[in-house]
Write a protein that binds this ligand. Structure first.
Ligand SMILES: NC(=O)c1ccc[n+]([C@@H]2O[C@H](COP(=O)([O-])OP(=O)(O)OC[C@H]3O[C@@H](n4cnc5c(N)ncnc54)[C@H](O)[C@@H]3O)[C@@H](O)[C@H]2O)c1
Length: 356
C-alpha cells in the first residue's frame, strides 16, 4: 500500500483527531500529499500537536457544517482520495450536546458527499461510521453488515443516519453499475469497533481516562460500566482497512462499494474492568475504582463479525489483545517518561504493524 499512496492527493476530514492524526502520519510516511479539514485540536495534549503535523500538511480549520467553505476547499484542492472521519464521536458528549452531534455527524457527512457529487473528480471515498450504528439488540451474537441499523443514544443515531445517508448517495449518485457511464467516483462505508492506541486524550474514553488518572490526577481510575464488553482493537487495525478500501476503490474494484466491519479477533472482546486492570498492570502504577453509573444507557455487549472483510478484502486483525495493550500503553509510557522522540516511536509502531 505504501507504494500506491506515494504522490496521491488525499483529503482527510477529522485529521486533527486521534484516528485522523495516525492516518495523516501513515500517509505522510508513504509519500502522499495530505490535505486536512477539521476543527483545531480540542484536547491538551493532542496527538496532532505532539506529532507536529500542522507544519507538515495543508490544513483547513473549517467546520464541516459550513457547506460553502467545504465546497471551496474541495474545488481548490481537487483530491483524488477522501477519508471522512470528522465527527463528534463521544457518546456521553452527545447526551449534553445532541444538536451539535447530530448536525456534525449527519449534515457534515452529507456536505462531504454532496461536494464530491458536484465535483465529479474524486476517485475514491471512504466514509467512516462506527460499530454503534447497529440496532442495539443486547445479544451475544456479533453484528453483521446486513443487520438492521438503529442507535439508542444521539451519537449512535447520528452515525446510523450518516451511514444511511451515505448508502443513499451510493445508490443514487455513485451507483457501481453506473460507474464510468454516469460518474467516476466509488464510495464505501467503514464501521470499526472500540479503538485504542497511543495519543488519544479524548474525554469519557477508557484509555485516556486511565492515562489521566495515573499521570495527571494521581488517583484511582473510575470505571462506570465494568462489565460492558467491547471489541477493543488497536487504531492501526481499522486504519489499515480504510487504506485498503481507499486503494481498491481507486483501482476501480466496484465490489468495495458496500459497508465493512473492522473488529478484532474473538479473544479481544473483553469487559471494561478487565482491560482497566490489565492496563494498570502494564503501566506499573495506578488502581481501579469500580463506580457503576447507570444514569446513561450503555450497551452491555457489542461484538462485530468481520468475516466479510477477511474474505473479500483480505484484511485481518494483526495484533492479538496482549500486543494491542503493549502497543497502546508503551506509547504513553514513552511519551510521559520522555524517552524516545514521539514521532520516531510512533513511526516504529507504524512500520512494525505494516510489516505483518
Ligand atoms: N475512537 C473510536 O473508538 C471510534 C470507534 C468507531 C468509530 N469512530 C469514528 O472515527 C472517527 C474519528 O474518531 P476519533 O476517535 O479520531 O475522534 P476525535 O474526537 O479524536 O476526532 C474527531 C475529529 O473530527 C473533527 N471535527 C469534529 N467536529 C467537527 C466539525 N464540526 N467540523 C470539522 N471537523 C470536526 C475534530 O476536529 C477531529 O479532527 C469518527 O467519525 C468516529 O465516529 C471512532
Amino acid at each position: 500500500m505504501n507504494q500506491f499512496y506515494k504522490n496521491k492527493k488525499v483529503l482527510i476530514t477529522g485529521h486533527t483527531g486521534f484516528k485522523g492524526s495516525w492516518l495523516t502520519q501513515i500517509l505522510l510516511n508513504w509519500g502522499a500529499e495530505v490535505v486536512g479539514i477539521s476543527l483545531k485540536p480540542d484536547t491538551t495534549p493532542s496527538l496532532f500537536e505532539v506529532l507536529g503535523l500542522e507544519s507538515k500538511i495543508k490544513n483547513y480549520f473549517v467546520d464541516v457544517r459550513n457547506f460553502s467553505e467545504v465546497q471551496k476547499i474541495f474545488r481548490d484542492e481537487k483530491p483524488e482520495i477522501v477519508f471522512h472521519l470528522a465527527a463528534q464521536p463521544i457518546v456521553r458528549v452527545s447526551y449534553d450536546d445532541p444538536l451539535r452531534t447530530i448536525s456534525t455527524n449527519t449534515l457534515g457527512t452529507a456536505h462531504v458527499l454532496q461536494v464530491i457529487h458536484e465535483l465529479g473528480t474524486v476517485k475514491s471515498v471512504v466514509i467512516i461510521t462506527t460499530d454503534k450504528v447497529y440496532e442495539d439488540k443486547d445479544w451475544l451474537y456479533p453484528y453483521r453488515e446486513n443487520d438492521s441499523l438503529g442507535g439508542y443514544d444521539p451519537y449512535s443515531a447520528s452515525k446510523a443516519a450518516a451511514d444511511i445517508i451515505t448508502k443513499s448517495y451510493l445508490q443514487s449518485f455513485f451507483n457501481p453499475k453506473d460507474f464510468k457511464i454516469k460518474h467516476n467516483t466509488l464510495i464505501t462505508i467503514a464501521r470499526a469497533g472500540n479503538v485504542i492506541g497511543g495519543g488519544d486524550w479524548a474525554p469519557y474514553r477508557l484509555v485516556p481516562d486511565i492515562i489521566r488518572s495515573i499521570y495527571d490526577k494521581k488517583e484511582a481510575v473510575e470505571i462506570r460500566s465494568p462489565q460492558a464488553v467491547r471489541p477493543w482493537e488497536h487504531v492501526l487495525e481499522p486504519l489499515s482497512g480504510y487504506l485498503r478500501l481507499g486503494k481498491n476503490l481507486y483501482e476501480e474494484d466496484t465490489v468495495m462499494c458496500q459497508a465493512w466491519n473492522f473488529g478484532p479477533n474473538d479473544e479481544s472482546f473483553m469487559c471494561v474492568e478487565e482491560l482497566a486492570k490489565r492496563a494498570v498492570g502494564i503501566l506499573g502504577s495506578g488502581s481501579v475504582n469500580i463506580k457503576p453509573d447507570g444514569s446513561k444507557h450503555e450497551t452491555n455487549i457489542l461484538k462485530l463479525d468481520v468475516t466479510k472483510a477477511k474474505t473479500l478484502l483480505g484484511w485481518r486483525p494483526v495484533l492479538n489483545f496482549e500486543q494491542n495493550l503493549e502497543y497502546t500503553f508503551s506509547w504513553y509510557k514513552n511519551y510521559y517518561d520522555k524517552k524516545e522522540d514521539v514521532v520516531v516511536f510512533t513511526n516504529k509502531q507504524i512500520n512494525n504493524f505494516f510489516k505483518n
